[in-house]
Design a protein around this ligand. Structure first.
Ligand SMILES: Cc1cc2nc3c(=O)[nH]c(=O)nc-3n(C[C@H](O)[C@H](O)[C@H](O)COP(=O)(O)OP(=O)(O)OC[C@H]3O[C@@H](n4cnc5c(N)ncnc54)[C@H](O)[C@@H]3O)c2cc1C
Length: 425
């Protein structure tokens, strides 16, 4: 039983039904929120309306954002790396919910720019940390003919008697060098502004591209973009997350030392699995932030707009719809935080946890942002109001970092395999 002397108003935290947050966590949340509101929202809105070429051009507000994010120290790799797992599971989601509440395209830009540096630090090798630790990076994994197949690493979702597509990007060992030829998909995030890549692709170690079971030999390597043979395509024009620039990168017999390989023949798939597990986990909390932003806009609007003789909020059906939105935002956060707790806990990490969160949150975020448009009526459809952008951003996230249905298929396959293993089938 809980005891009350009178029925109080609910006391809500910045994100809603906040439980216990330490003073440090509250301070981080506050600083990140102010950065998101004062720096990210205005820049994100501008970039959303710009031509993709202009987004990455000299003088674009994107560069201002990158400089301010660096100055803020909010995503300092050494500081994050120095946290305990328990701290990471609580602090990383606080930061990313606020950043994506500000602008999810910019939040993902900041994450992906650090992927190669993160991989370099993970190796602990001073040579790689020195070479890649400060470079802006991207994550090259998908190719024109290999989209979901990249996510389906072990090809559990392929048709019987078929094998992974040969793809468009290949590496081979040549003496003391790795030689890379081909191209990435146009979907690689931050390519137009990247100085290097964490690159995953099929690799011939001397015995061909395929293993006996039809899966690929694979490699993960850090590749600087200032080498002969590297070129880039035009920035991609897409419906949502327009602040996140994307584009192809082409490799023409690009040679890197073998020491730039961060995961070889037997480690490359697990390494990709680890990157995707982190990416999906982060998408779950980020799009909780996007859903929350849409809910907050709708909440404010229905207290101002009058129809039917009164403010919209006074209509019972409107209140019911708002409550459903708030409930969905809370459900998103609960699941996103559960994935963080699992991944940094004794049983994790696993992509199953991250994909459970990413797919639910991004699907739910589409529902919440769509309902926000509906509550704003015609205004919701115009670029004068922020919710149509949030809807486009949410819709894009259902395909980014693995298309949701394919992530669902992979997850179901793991659930079945785990069950069979547990009961001895
Ligand atoms: C915003 C954004 C950011 C991205 N960032 C990056 C990045 O940084 N680096 C990178 O490498 N890539 C990136 N991607 C690419 C992304 O990972 C792919 O778009 C995604 O994996 C889907 O691949 P695809 O677009 O080729 O679709 P396809 O694989 O062609 O899928 C098309 C449809 O077919 C269905 N389908 C496919 N395979 C199966 C199957 N086996 N069984 C049943 N249905 C199936 C899917 O469900 C989907 O609906 C990004 C994409 C977006 C949208």
């Amino acid at each position: 039983m809980f005891n009350f002397d009178e029925v109080p108003l609910p006391k809500l935290g910045l994100t809603g039904l906040d439980g216990v947050l330490s003073e440090e966590e509250l301070a981080i949340q506050d600083v990140t929120h102010r950065f998101a509101e004062e720096v990210m929202r205005p820049i994100g809105e501008k970039l959303d309306k710009m031509d993709p070429q202009d987004v990455v051009a000299e003088g674009s507000p994107l560069w201002d954002y990158i400089a301010k994010m660096d100055e803020s120290g909010l995503l300092d790799l050494e500081a994050i790396g120095g946290m305990s797992d328990a701290e990471k599971s609580r602090i990383i989601p606080i930061i990313f919910e606020e950043l994506a509440w500000g602008d999810c395209g910019l939040a993902l830009t900041s994450m992906v720019l650090k992927f190669p540096a993160f991989a370099a630090y993970n190796t602990g090798k001073p040579e790689l940390i020195e070479r890649f630790g400060k470079l802006r990076g991207c994550w090259v994994a998908t190719q024109p003919d290999r989209g979901s197949e990249v996510v389906d690493m072990d090809f559990t979702e392929g048709h019987p008697d078929t094998k992974q597509h040969r793809g468009n990007l290949h590496a081979r060992i040549d003496g003391e060098e790795l030689v890379i030829t081909g191209q990435s998909a146009a979907w690689v995030s931050a390519t137009p502004i990247a100085e290097c890549a964490l690159l995953y692709c099929q690799c011939d170690y001397g015995d061909g591209l395929y293993k006996e079971d039809g899966s690929h030999n694979y490699v993960a390597a850090l590749v600087p973009f200032d080498l002969p043979g590297v070129s880039k395509g035009k920035p991609l024009d897409k419906m949502g997350m327009r602040a996140l620039c994307q584009g192809e990168v082409f490799f023409d017999e690009v040679r890197i030392p073998l020491s730039y390989i961060v995961a070889g023949q037997n480690e490359a798939f697990p390494s990709f699995f680890g990157a995707l597990t982190f990416g999906n986990m982060e998408m779950g909390i980020s799009f909780t932030g996007v859903a929350r932003a849409a809910y907050e806009h709708a909440l404010a609007y229905v207290h101002e707009r009058k129809q039917g003789g009164t403010e919209l909020i006074n209509h019972q059906t409107v209140r019911a719809r708002l409550f459903k939105m708030q409930q969905k935002v809370e459900a998103c956060r609960a699941l996103a935080l559960r994935a963080f707790a699992y991944n940094y806990g004794p049983n994790g990490p696993h992509l199953l946890a991250s994909a459970t969160s990413k797919t639910f949150v991004t699907d739910t975020c589409v529902e919440v942002t769509s309902e926000a448009i509906q509550l704003l009526g015609g205004n919701g459809l115009t670029k004068e109001y922020p919710v149509e952008k949030l809807f486009r951003d949410a819709r894009t996230a259902q395909i980014a970092d693995g298309e949701n249905n394919v992530l669902g298929l992979k997850s179901a396959t793991w659930l079945s395999k785990e069950y069979k293993n547990r009961v001895g089938l």
